[in-house]
Design a protein around this ligand. Structure first.
Ligand code: GMT
Length: 394
């Protein structure tokens, strides 16, 4: 262990995640920073510095994975280079635990690193957090399915970010007995705070409502539904659709907006590391995804006092309280979603109630200070530092 402060054992934790845009990398980084604030030593191991790790923080270190690009390699083997760096950093720094976010290829690299250590008489525990498409999409691809299943079975502990994802993992991998602790994603309510940033940006013309969507613009987000929905909203309410992020569906979004004659009311802002200031200036957030294991950005919107309209039958059911902090409708129900959006944008009293409830729900159920200790408790349990039976009910 890294040392002692009071009665608490401090741990040395390696965290591996995708370092660029995306909810799993954001959660992994905020978790690492939260753990460091609680006195633990945190080592990020990835091919680039996580995008939310913007300055030096005491107790936080970054180890870059170097991938040799030998001409013979049409596909440089990143997973192997990652396993080697995880093994080296664990040995050198005396890490207690490796916590990987997104199973592919991180859980695989993690068990290789752990088994290399064990072969030399050492040990490290491996915790894998499942984030969504590592199970439901990429993890089901025949090229990756068997290694994903094998790697998650090899982990010392598995967590999922929602009950929805836990159940999908049991179903899709036919592993009824895979023990998975659900620890939801979280936000820092001091960062996502409407009061702090309100009025900083003028995202729409006077009298127009700001309808926002933030994503990586992949097919799973159902971007055409979003544009169709906004076209219906625009018929009833003066509004502007502010799109944040970038990805493969962006061009289709531009084309559809032009076809529907609403290009002038749709603004593409591009990618930003931090979106708290943008969300604080939105009136409504739309997330009509095909699948969403959790929908971190919907939680960030709620913390910013922004009601959300999105897809039911996904992890959003656990994040949004339907009829209180937003409205959820079955995937593809563009008309119903648009009607809900219009009701929120045209009824001031309804909107104010939803906005307050959204903030309250985010703070009461998903604040960083509530969730980081649950990971901490899980680590202690995996390391045999307590007698706690588990953390699901924490
Ligand atoms: O969407 C992805 O393919 C990747 C992943 C990510 O890195 O953002 O998103 C998933 O993890 C997030 C963080 O836990 C969740 O908030 C997203 O709902 C989830 N995406 C999907 O399930 C589609």
């Amino acid at each position: 262990m890294a040392g002692k402060s009071g009665d608490e054992e401090k741990m040395k934790i390696g965290i591996t995640c995708y370092p660029t845009y995306g909810g799993s990398g954001a959660v992994a980084t905020e978790l690492g920073l939260g753990l460091a604030r609680r006195g633990h030593e945190v080592h990020f191991i990835s091919y680039a510095q996580p995008f939310r790790l913007t300055q030096f923080i005491d107790g936080v270190y970054f180890h870059e994975v170097e991938v040799n690009r030998y001409p013979l390699f049409e596909y440089p083997p990143y997973s192997l280079a990652l396993a080697v760096t995880m093994h080296e950093v664990t040995r050198r720094e005396g890490l207690d635990l490796l916590h990987v976010h997104y199973a592919i290829p991180h859980a695989t690299a993690g068990w290789i690193a752990r088994d290399m250590l064990r072969a030399a008489g050492g040990d490290v525990k491996l915790v894998t957090t499942l984030h969504g498409t590592d199970i439901t999409l990429v993890g089901q691809d025949p090229s990756y399915r068997s290694i994903t299943r094998f790697s998650i079975e090899k982990s010392d502990r598995l967590t999922a970010v929602s009950d929805w994802l836990r159940d999908r993992t049991h179903r899709d991998f036919e592993c009824d007995r895979c023990a998975i602790d659900v620890i939801p994603n979280f936000v820092d309510p001091d960062v996502y705070d409407r009061e702090r940033y309100r009025g900083r940006h003028r995202l729409a013309r006077p009298g127009e409502k700001v309808v926002m969507h933030i994503s990586n613009f992949r097919a799973v987000k159902r971007i055409p539904d979003l544009i169709e929905m906004f076209a219906r909203i625009r018929r009833e309410v003066p509004a502007r659709l502010v799109l944040v992020g970038d990805g493969p569906e962006r061009q289709r979004a531009e084309e559809l907006a032009a076809e529907l004659g609403i290009s002038g009311a749709v603004v593409f802002l591009g990618k930003f590391d931090s979106v708290a200031d943008l969300l604080a200036n939105a009136d409504l957030f739309l997330l009509p995804s095909e699948q969403e294991s959790f929908g971190l950005v919907a939680l960030e919107a709620q913390a910013s006092g922004v009601p959300v309209v999105g897809s039911s039958g996904t992890g959003l059911d656990e994040v949004i309280e339907d009829g209180a902090t937003g409205y959820l409708h079955p995937v593809g129900s563009v008309d119903a979603m648009a009607r809900s959006a219009v009701s929120l944008l045209t009824d001031g009293a309804l909107w104010t109630g939803f906005s307050r409830e959204a903030r309250r729900r985010a703070v009461e159920h998903f604040a960083l200070d509530r969730i980081v200790p649950r990971y901490e408790a899980l680590y202690r349990n995996v390391l045999g530092l307590d007698d706690a039976p588990g953390v699901s009910a924490a």
